[in-house]
Ligand binder design. Structure first.
Ligand SMILES: [Zn+2]
Length: 378
């Protein structure tokens, strides 16, 4: 069962890669494939959100009871301008991709896009239930940085897969939607901010479970979807708890190219460039810390790391790059350190990143992380 993830131009390959890594953790018959290309969108309209109230609402297409909105600190300025596309336009992008790649009708295509949609939904599916879109923008604005955007995006993807499996028509699906949020994946979340509750419970209510049984959804597929929802829930809770307890995630250093993954945060990858990775792994190997002026004494160690990661340049060019990095009169090393810091900070927030980044401690630089939390797999 193949699911193609197609990104629109403004949704970066890195962000898509983050979502792919998260989904790939949960093995099963559903295979997620990142589409190589992006497709230029047709004409994109603009809308203006006058206030947060309307911005936070998915437009109702079903009847609903009144809902209480949680108390969330607003962090956007209104009025807010947003690009938007109609639903048919969004599905047309999927369709175009399907045609150009000869993707059979039984494989699904998800368009991940920062662009808003006419009814302000998190996502939706077409009548054939094989084309989908999921909106990727505004998550941090809706929830502050308490929610890593990969979690709701991955959750939306697997939820839509499940919905497409258990409902035969979009109308049937709309009728089954829960107007009042209960923590079930079929909660409509008229107030978009309520989706956090769904992520934290990762539940399927008895009524929906009955429906799933009735439709005889493939057990292995269901298991993969449920495991993904449960995994997202655990990661989300870990993130909350870890800030309270100041307890960092475990880190996996994987393979010959030493990719870095934060294991307790849904295998979030910290993508470092060759210089950054060289410095990072060097300091990871030296828990005692090393003064910048002493780096030159470790040149051969740094050199062998850099040679491993540098994808281009001959030995001479690599030497020159390393010379510059180790030159105490050059600011290069500080730039590298601060880029590493910025990447961990973006991934972990203002408090947690300090466990992982290379920080000054007295006269030397050091990574504070308890090395028992680091696992190296060659
Ligand atoms: Zn339900």
């Amino acid at each position: 069962m193949r699911v193609h993830l197609l990104r629109s131009q403004e949704y970066s390959p890195d962000r898509l890669n983050d979502v792919m890594n998260l989904l790939a953790r949960f093995k099963g018959p559903i295979e997620f494939v990142a589409a190589e290309t992006t497709i230029a969108e047709p004409s994109i309209g603009m809308r203006t959100w006058d206030d947060e109230e309307s911005f936070s609402k998915q437009e109702e297409i079903i009847s609903y009871d009144s809902l209480k909105s949680p108390n969330i600190v607003a962090c956007m300025d209104f009025p807010l301008d947003e690009q938007e596309m109609t639903w048919p336009q969004l599905f047309a992008v999927c369709e175009k991709h399907r045609k150009s790649r000869n993707i059979p009708a039984n494989e699904s295509i998800f368009l991940l896009t920062d662009i808003g949609n006419e009814h302000n939904w998190f996502g939706c599916t077409n009548s054939a239930r094989n084309d989908f879109f999921v909106q990727t923008s505004h998550w941090s604005h809706l929830f502050g940085h308490a929610v890593d955007e990969r979690f709701p995006i991955a959750y939306e993807i697997v939820s839509w897969i499940l919905r497409a499996l258990i409902f035969h028509t979009t109308d049937e699906m709309l009728k089954a939607v829960h107007a009042r949020s209960t923590g079930c994946f079929m909660d409509f979340c008229l107030d978009k901010r309520e989706i956090v509750m769904k992520l934290r419970t990762a539940d399927i209510c008895p009524k929906c479970m009955e429906k799933i049984e009735e439709r005889e959804v493939n057990k292995a597929v269901l298991q993969q979807i449920l495991a993904t929802m449960e995994g997202i829930r655990e990661n989300l809770l870990f993130r909350r708890r870890s800030s309270y307890l100041n307890q960092p995630s475990r880190m996996l250093v994987n393979g010959y190219t030493k990719r870095l993954f934060l294991s307790d945060l849904g295998d979030l990858e910290i993508a470092l460039n060759p210089k950054e990775k060289t410095m990072y792994l060097f300091y990871l190997n030296h828990p005692e810390g090393v003064r910048l002026v002493d780096l030159i004494d470790h040149r051969s160690e740094l050199q062998s790391l850099y040679a491993r990661f540098a994808r281009q340049g001959d030995t001479e060019q690599q030497d020159a790059a390393l010379d510059r990095l180790l030159d105490p009169t050059d600011d290069n090393i500080n730039q590298v350190m601060s880029r590493i810091r910025a990447k961990f900070r973006a991934a972990l927030g203002d408090v947690q990143y300090k466990h992982f980044s290379i920080e000054r401690k007295e006269d030397r630089f050091v990574i504070a992380l308890n090395r028992e939390l680091v696992r190296v797999m060659d």
